[in-house]
Unconditional design. Structure first.
Lengths: 266, 232, 294
């Protein structure tokens, strides 16, 4: 187990957000968000619709320009770079290799008309893999890892169920071994049993691969299951932050207490 | 023997915003020490704040004031003011916690629930499972149950799984919340033996036990938490 | 003689200047699609207006023009375009590939090897090789700018997964000068190898889509493939039935109602030249016909 290696990498922050804000005219969608994420940490951003959590995720993943503040990311060569200083080519490359982005609706994050194998292999082809057999083998092994029957490698995701599509989206994102994965309501819209299976898979993959992840969710159960830390957002601001079990077992802020009391006990 | 836990003037109050901002003070001025190899038992009536103190030491409850010193990797760290990732580090390497009721991630087989603390610190899955099996056997959990998730087990069985998970690693600090509550006599003896072994290995233990006999067996010192009662 | 109403080669001089600027830019950036202000031509979109505009812009009074359509000089469209330039530019025309200085073609590259000083003008329907994979123009422009061609390989992967081989048989995508991925127009993939290191200048015009691109002489042109599924030129089973050529692209001609057919060279000039030189195929009539001059 490469735990010694992990320790040295763990010393350095992976993603640093400072004073991130986004406003549309007078509407402040997101105000002054700051945090540091370390390798292997999973951070949940919890809040209801309109809390600004998706806006925050988009700014963190450089898909949306912030009105104020910075996001810095430690590249594979160890250098911490402000995302604004990256050229468009670099940013797009980062998005396709060292980062993953799992969308709530898998149809948005997949090429529905292409086969599962092509979907998983695309990132590999984008970074220069040019051997069909090896691409197919890599795709096949990832399908196995996300518990999709490899016999379906040539089927298009149009023929898949919602849960399978989501697992395919995860495989498509993880094939380049990213160090940071952004997830936007990854279990939204799925049946409860399908959600459970997906969460188990995500938990195992995150721990096996030592991924850092930022998960936006309105579901506290997802936060409890997946994340080490949680940030509660309301009205564009982070109103409470801390270890997941701290915030959920000992909520301080009125809104957090409301959220926690609203979920049905098991 | 070195001091492993040092609480100084720690306090906690709950503010229930949903009930009009009612304040529930729990404890105040909590001050005591625990040395390596020592077992300190917290005593006091139900609701006095014993579990809360344990949870504060583990970092599960946040602390409103004072200091919670833990010896972690050779130095004292104040858990009351620590960064979240430092608390995670302390939990991984230094403090083990056996809660009053088993809280396990659903759908995970018992053997993996128990092996988990070893796996996260670098032990191979095979070795961790082996040690987990050894401990489960000691606690009289039959092998046929190892592949099942513990959610369907009886209260006593769940508690024994909880204990196995807490005792499997070599954390120098152990927090035990009613470890023998739902156990029969035979299993209580096993737990007392396990606690003894930990003490001999130099582990600092803070425990909550209601049973007088168990307390006599394991406690080196008793701390009465009513001394830390906060004015209502 | 020119009808008095037309400028030389139909287009006004300013338009030709604009098109030549686009051509120069295209030649400077091999394989890159240069937008240009495509004009209304006296034939509708889809009938070669892009090719016609490029030819009109580069034609000079001393040029000799050849026009082919699917390899043939005598289809309706080839004849129309040849007459168009004969009327508006008064240039000499020919069917012999080796004698032409400018060759406008629809969907085929002549079999006879081209030489320095010749210009091959292709008629292009859809210039964007990624169009059917990524419908957004904004996105395809970015992909070309950043050389992000993973999607193109996805299409080829998909072919192999579905058919066991890369099924694209025409408009087979190529990488030009190791930089831009280009659509060679709907020429058969059989013709792809002719584009690489060609002594002639190759110009591509798309009138409806308003793009011009170019391959300067002696530029590397590589057909996209996988290491373990390399590009293989198409080979026919049998030689041309009329001239016996074994290295030419063949057309299928149905000869009767009973399903009989024969395969003959698609490049009519090539076939006739070979027959004139004495080559025969299995279906040749005994004496060969005199070639009719245009």
């Amino acid at each position: 187990m490469p735990d010694v290696q992990r320790e040295t990498q763990c010393d350095q922050p992976l993603l640093v957000a400072e004073g991130l804000s986004k406003s549309y005219g007078r509407l402040a969608a997101c105000r002054d968000v700051s945090f540091t994420l370390y390798p292997g940490e999973v951070l949940a951003i919890v809040g209801e619709s309109g809390s600004g959590k998706t806006t925050l995720l988009q700014m963190l993943s450089a898909q949306l320009a912030s009105s104020a503040g910075h996001v810095s990311y430690r590249m594979r060569d160890g250098v911490l770079r402000d995302l604004n200083s990256l050229g468009e080519a670099e940013r797009r490359f980062l998005f396709r290799t060292d980062w993953g982005y799992v969308r709530q609706d898998p149809a948005q994050g997949l090429r529905m008309a292409f086969s599962a194998g092509a979907n998983v292999g695309e990132r590999l082809m984008a970074v220069g893999w040019s051997h069909y057999g090896r691409i197919r083998d890599a795709a096949s092994s990832w399908l196995e890892r996300v518990e999709i029957d490899t016999a379906r490698i040539d089927d298009a995701p149009r023929t898949y169920s919602g849960g399978m599509r989501q697992r395919l989206q995860i495989a498509r994102n993880l094939v380049t071994e990213p160090r940071l994965v952004f997830m936007d309501e990854p279990t939204g819209g799925l049946d409860v049993s399908v959600q459970a299976r997906l969460l188990d898979l995500m938990r195992n993959l995150v721990s096996e691969l030592g991924l850092a992840a930022i998960v936006v969710t309105h579901d506290l159960a997802v936060a409890r299951l997946l994340s080490h830390r949680v940030m509660v957002m309301k009205g564009g601001e982070v109103i409470e932050t801390g270890l997941t079990d701290q915030v959920l077992d000992d909520p301080h802020e009125p809104y957090t207490q409301l959220l926690v009391s609203s979920i049905l006990p098991p | 023997m070195s001091v492993m836990i040092e609480m100084t003037g720690a306090e906690k109050t709950f503010t229930m915003h949903l009930q009009g901002g009612v304040r529930l003070p729990v404890v105040r001025g909590v001050t005591f020490q625990v040395k390596a190899g020592e077992c300190v038992v917290l005593s006091g009536p139900s609701g006095a704040g014993k579990s809360s103190i344990l949870k504060m030491i583990f970092g599960n409850y946040r602390c409103d004031g004072g200091r919670i010193g833990i010896r972690h990797e050779g130095a004292m760290i104040d858990l009351a003011n620590a960064e979240p990732r430092d608390i995670l580090s302390v939990r991984r390497a230094t403090i083990g916690y056996v809660s009053q009721f088993l809280r396990a991630i659903p759908r995970v087989p018992t053997i993996d629930v128990v092996a988990e603390p070893l796996i996260v610190t670098g032990t191979s899955r095979a070795d961790a499972r082996q040690r987990a099996g050894h401990l489960l056997r000691r606690l009289n959990i039959p092998e046929r149950l190892w592949t099942l998730p513990p959610s369907t087990f009886s209260g006593g069985e769940q508690q024994r799984v909880n204990i196995a998970r807490g005792f499997i690693s070599d954390h120098p600090v152990l927090l035990l919340d009613e470890p023998t509550a739902s156990l029969d006599a035979a299993n209580r003896e096993v737990v007392v033996d396990l606690i003894d072994e930990k003490k001999c290995a130099g582990v600092a233990i803070v425990a909550i036990v209601h049973d007088d006999e168990i307390r006599r067996w394991i406690a080196d010192r008793v701390v009465d938490v009513t001394a830390f009662a906060a004015a209502a | 003689m020119n009808a008095p109403a037309y400028n030389f080669a139909y287009l006004d001089e300013q338009t030709k200047r604009m098109i030549r600027r686009a051509i120069l830019k295209a030649v400077a950036i091999p394989g890159y699609q240069v937008p240009f202000a495509s004009r209304e031509m006296p034939m509708p979109y889809g009938w070669g207006t892009g090719g016609v505009q490029v030819t009109a812009a580069i034609l000079g009074p001393d040029d000799v023009l050849k026009v082919i359509d699917q390899g043939s000089d005598d289809t309706t469209n080839a004849i129309s375009i040849r007459k168009f330039f004969a009327k508006t530019a008064g240039v000499a025309t020919t069917t012999a590939t080796t004698e032409a200085t400018v060759i406008q073609t629809r969907h085929r590259i002549p079999e006879a090897p081209l030489h320095a000083g010749q210009v091959l003008v292709y008629q292009v329907p859809i210039p964007e090789p990624l169009r059917f994979l990524e419908p957004r123009e904004t996105e395809t422009r970015r992909m070309h700018a950043l050389a992000e061609y993973g999607l193109m390989h996805v299409k080829l992967y998909e072919d192999i997964a579905r058919f066991g081989h890369i099924a694209t048989s025409y408009a087979y995508p190529v990488k030009v000068n190791a930089r831009y991925v280009m659509d060679p127009s709907p020429t058969p993939k059989f013709d792809n190898p002719k584009m690489g290191n060609c002594p002639a200048l190759q110009l591509f015009g798309a009138g409806r889509e308003k793009r011009i691109y170019a391959i300067p002489p002696h530029t590397t042109v590589v057909s996209l493939d996988f290491e373990d599924h390399p590009f293989t030129p198409y080979r026919f089973d049998a030689p041309c039935a009329l001239c016996g050529a074994g290295d030419a692209y063949l057309d299928e001609i149905v000869t009767d109602d009973n399903g009989s057919r024969m395969f003959v060279c698609s490049d009519t000039d090539y076939c006739e030249s070979r027959q004139a030189a004495g080559h025969r195929g299995s279906e040749s009539a005994a004496p060969h016909k005199e070639r009719a001059h245009a």
